[in-house]
Design a protein around this ligand. Structure first.
Ligand SMILES: [Zn+2]
Ligand SMILES: [Zn+2]
Length: 304
């Protein structure tokens, strides 16, 4: 997360997990610059995920700060954080469609519940739009809408210093998870690749990401990420060369991950399957792969 000072107080970009440890780390960070939680006047969040948005409610309660999120993520906050019962049902049918083993569906379905704390839920006060100036007093930070990692993901661009606050959109070493899931939109990988192109229009000297470390050379990094997804698409097509159609789960089991798929915890498995499906849907959309409705849904190489 980042803190911006103005004459009236502090604005922060992203706010961390909803845990006591994260709140304490924020307090310590602020005190190192002579501020405290009450000096926060604005909380801008790059996207809805709990490692970025989770603590927004508690910090707003303490500080009275306004919370800002892009409107495409703002509309998802209630069903994700306040009453996830519908979302859990959608997740269940999503997993069955994907071909998840029946004996794993229960734990896969509820794998993200530990990250939720309904008591401190907050709806954003401000809904952001592409190209507007973010509510960070004293700074000119332009909102760039970069859907893909989440439907309402934003980056902030500070023209004066040619600096991009990239959230999870562009990270220096790892690639952001691009998953298809009940709240992702139809073709998140296409959205993501378009969002990478969108960022190229800005002159950027330094990237300030939400994970890992700040770095220079954004165009090279964008090329690497594009290359990664092209290789992934090719790998999916190779896996589908077998004569029998396959489920997304079977394809995810065959794809190369940083560790063996079977060794992943339920939440990581869900992210891996979502990532496989985002690539499959991209290929279905470009008529390179055929999808057949059924339970589970299967994929095969297009005969076209
Ligand atoms: Zn994220
Ligand atoms: Zn993140």
């Amino acid at each position: 997360m980042y803190a911006f000072e103005s004459s009236n107080g502090i604005s922060i970009l992203d706010v961390g997990w909803n845990t006591d440890v994260a709140l304490e780390a924020l307090e310590n960070g602020l005190s190192s610059i002579g501020a405290d939680l009450r000096s926060i006047e604005s909380i801008v969040v790059t996207h809805i995920h709990p490692d970025h948005y989770g603590l927004a409610g508690r910090v707003r309660e303490i500080s009275g700060a306004k919370v800002a999120l892009h409107h495409r993520d703002a509309v998802l906050t209630k069903s994700r954080y306040l009453d996830p019962s519908d979302l859990l049902l959608e997740m269940r049918s999503f997993l069955l469609d994907a071909g998840a083993p029946k004996d794993q569906v229960d734990e896969l379905q509820t794998a993200s519940l530990p990250a939720l704390d309904r008591k401190s839920f907050v709806e954003p006060d401000i809904e952001l739009e592409h190209d507007e100036i973010a509510p960070v007093p004293g700074r000119l930070l332009r909102v760039i809408w970069t859907p893909g990692h989440s439907p309402g993901h934003i980056c902030l661009y500070e023209e004066r210093f040619k600096r991009l606050f990239s959230g999870d959109h562009i990270l220096p070493r790892i690639t952001a998870n691009i998953s298809y899931h009940p709240q992702s939109g139809d073709n998140p990988l296409r959205d993501y690749l378009e969002s990478l192109e969108r960022v190229k229009a800005y002159e950027i000297e330094q990237v300030e990401p939400a994970h890992e470390y700040r770095f220079k050379g954004v165009s090279m990094r964008i090329k690497e990420i594009q290359q990664h997804h092209m290789e992934r698409l090719a790998e999916v097509k190779t896996i589908l060369k077998s004569p029998l159609p396959k489920t997304a789960w079977e394809i995810a089991e065959e794809l190369t991950w940083s560790r063996p798929f079977a060794s992943y915890q339920p939440f990581m498995k869900r992210m891996a399957v979502g990532e496989a499906i985002s690539h499959l849907r991209y290929l279905v959309n470009s008529n390179e792969v055929m999808i057949s409705d059924g339970n589970p849904i299967t994929y095969s190489t297009s005969k076209l």
